[in-house]
Design a protein around this ligand. Structure first.
Ligand SMILES: CC(C)(COP(=O)(O)OP(=O)(O)OC[C@H]1O[C@@H](n2cnc3c(N)ncnc32)[C@H](O)[C@@H]1OP(=O)(O)O)[C@@H](O)C(=O)NCCC(=O)NCCS
Length: 169
């Protein structure tokens, strides 16, 4: 198995850091003019995939999205900013953290409105899984997120195993 760029060296979090911006349009909102949760999840998935592509330099598929918190409503006309980075890579999978903010046009201040963790698996064009390079956390925050991602992976694996045992008693 090969990486698409053939490089197995650990990559810093900065190599995957990504950002996207979107103005909330009426079609994205409910009758009260608030951004639909499903639309925000779609944007989170795209912002997260950007980071996963940059880290793995390969195709990726979304395996799961969890710990999604909608902290505050987002309104029509507001400017949404989504920031993402790979917290940790395992064998073929990576956990990406995404934070969504509303940027106040006038003051430039950011309001944190949502967070999520999205796990991607690197694949080739035939959907064969590919190994991904490790993440090299540098700052204190990156090191904390790296450790936390390991704990979340264990929780996900335990929950998947529990659900499998319920499906196949
Ligand atoms: C995600 C997918 C590739 C996993 O394949 P699989 O053969 O069931 O996976 P495996 O059990 O071999 O696990 C492969 C990796 O995925 C991880 N994984 C599998 N299911 C997961 C889940 N629900 N959440 C988080 N990670 C998961 C495993 O922990 C493993 O990680 P590792 O290689 O880093 O140790 C497969 O289920 C799939 O193709 N799903 C559909 C993806 C899709 O269509 N997404 C939406 C559109 S992009």
């Amino acid at each position: 198995m090969e990486y698409s760029d053939g490089d197995r060296a650990p990559r810093p979090v900065s190599a995957s850091k990504s950002e996207m911006a979107e103005v909330v349009l009426p079609n994205d909102t409910n009758p009260l003019g608030a951004l639909l949760g499903g639309r925000l999840m779609h944007l989170i998935d795209i912002a997260a995939a950007m980071a996963a592509h940059r880290h793995s330099r390969s195709y990726v598929v979304t395996a799961s999205m969890d710990h999604i918190d909608f902290l505050a409503p987002v309104h029509v006309g507001e400017l949404l900013l989504l920031k993402s980075a790979v917290n940790r890579a395992f064998n073929t999978s990576m956990e990406v953290g995404v934070k969504a903010y509303v940027e106040n046009y006038i003051s430039g201040m950011l309001r944190h409105v949502a967070s999520a963790y999205v796990t991607f698996v690197a694949v080739d064009r035939h959907m064969n899984k590919l190994p991904v390079p490790p993440v090299l956390p540098e700052s204190e925050n990156e090191k904390r997120r790296y450790e936390d991602a390991g704990r979340r992976r264990e929780l996900r694996k335990a929950e998947l195993a529990r659900r499998d045992s319920v499906r196949r008693p």
